[in-house]
Write a protein that binds this ligand. Structure first.
Ligand SMILES: O=P(O)(O)OC[C@H]1O[C@H](O)[C@H](O)[C@@H](O)[C@@H]1O
Length: 417
């Protein structure tokens, strides 16, 4: 396994009767989730059909494209952003992911891209989200003015539901290139569908390796996902209503952003499956190691006992020696001959021990090495863990009714009835 869950001071939990009972229940939940055909994310690691479909669409696009502009938000953007920023070295095209409507950013991108060499990929499962739709109107116009309608239409790929929604209607009417978001996969679980697969594959990422990693986790790593879910559930019930992800890797930082959406939208719910008002869900917080040791750790160590910590560390890193400059200078000499990797590991260990000394509950995910397979494993691991945790809470982890009201009000303010 390239990902190991180290329970550190919580290792004793494994012998706890309550933990064992919950763990067994969690394994049953995981199996139930994987068997349920209305839940589609669990099927994705076992098929490369979307990779093939992405390749087929790519072949139909004009030659000489050097930029892909993704217009999408939330689950339609965060997965591709996470993989793109982790594997920049594999990209053979620029992959721009616009997931905001800040006019400043829109203007910056408009100035930068060359429409002739750019493909627009509009991604929206519902096909009606205001952000990608407004962005699409803008960039369509920009392209049309410069290239004319015919050339513009050749540079558009729509990723949306196979039959439903406005974008599907438009794609059909204008005969645009399109890909589907499977009906049974929600946005935040969709990185291994064309939502993530097309932009990544088109820009040079070998997405089959992501699938391979996810498949491997599905076969061999259920215990890690279930252990994580049990601990999330147990510590939430013990009043730890904040979960801090402390990620000691710049490359993995966006994994944290992706996970925060998954965690928040899946597990933050007002009612349970029986209709009881429960108002449940921990708050996810992201911290970057070592940077945020110097901004957040004071609170984590001495502040309220309301947090559960998950640390992430990469064992094998590119190593860079800290040279012996100023070697004679007493205050700096302890760094002679050390590497940045050693420094980062020591700081990670130091922070964990300092928190443990204060009895703060903490677990550590050790990633042997970052590669596409390990990323695929992380994706499936945390999707499954989140779903299983939702089952412990007895809530539906696959809906997000709370997001709707704000959207409706915003649309009304813009004159939509
Ligand atoms: O893919 P879309 O339908 O455009 O949805 C994009 C995002 O919109 C919403 O706000 C939901 O809360 C997210 O779960 C979703 O990922």
């Amino acid at each position: 396994m390239k990902i190991k869950l180290n329970l550190r001071k919580l290792e004793h939990f494994k012998n706890d009767k309550n933990f064992i009972e919950l763990f067994n229940k969690g394994i049953d939940f995981a199996e139930e989730i994987e068997k349920d055909s209305s839940i589609g994310f669990t099927e994705l690691p076992d098929t490369d059909i979307y990779v093939e479909k992405a390749k087929a669409v790519a072949e139909k696009l004009p030659e000489g494209i050097d930029t892909l502009l993704v217009l999408g938000i939330g689950g339609s953007a965060l997965g591709a952003k996470m993989v793109r920023d982790c594997f920049k070295e594999f990209l053979n095209k620029e992959l721009i992911i616009l997931d905001n409507v800040d006019p400043f950013t829109i203007h910056e991108i408009a100035k930068k891209i060359n429409p002739e060499k750019t493909v627009i990929n509009v991604i929206s499962k519902s096909g009606s989200t205001v952000e990608p739709i407004s962005q699409f109107k803008f960039f369509y116009n920009l392209f049309e003015v410069e290239l004319g309608k015919e050339e513009t239409l050749k540079r558009i790929v729509i990723t949306t539901d196979l039959v439903k929604g406005n974008l599907r209607k438009l794609a059909d009417e204008l005969n645009l290139l399109s890909l589907e978001v499977p009906e049974n996969v929600g946005g935040r679980f969709s990185v291994l569908t064309p939502v993530g697969i097309f932009p990544l594959e088109f820009c040079g990422i070998d997405t089959k390796l992501l699938l391979k990693g996810a498949q491997n986790l599905k076969k061999n790593g259920k215990e890690i996902a279930v252990t994580g879910a049990v601990l999330d559930y147990l510590f939430y019930n013990k009043g730890k209503n904040i979960k801090v992800l402390f990620i000691y890797s710049d490359r993995l930082y966006r994994f944290g952003e992706w996970y925060l959406q998954l965690f928040a939208e899946s597990l933050g719910k007002r009612v349970d499956r029986d209709g009881n008002k429960v108002k449940i869900g921990a708050t996810g917080v992201l911290a970057k190691g070592v940077t945020d040791q110097h901004s957040q750790v004071q609170l984590y160590k001495e502040g309220p006992d309301d947090k559960f910590f998950a640390f992430f560390k990469v064992n094998k890193k590119v190593d860079v020696l800290i040279p012996e400059s100023f070697g004679e200078f007493e205050g700096f000499s302890y760094l002679n001959g050390k590497t940045f990797s050693q420094l980062m590991d020591a700081e990670c260990e130091g922070t964990m021990q300092a928190l443990e000394n204060e009895e703060k509950p903490l677990i550590l995910y050790e990633i042997e090495e970052i590669d596409l397979e390990a990323m695929g494993k992380l994706i499936y691991l945390f999707e499954l863990q989140t779903a299983v945790c939702g089952y412990f809470y007895n809530i539906n982890p696959f809906d997000q009714p709370g997001v709707e009201e704000g959207k409706i009000i915003a649309k009304k303010l813009l004159g939509y009835n």
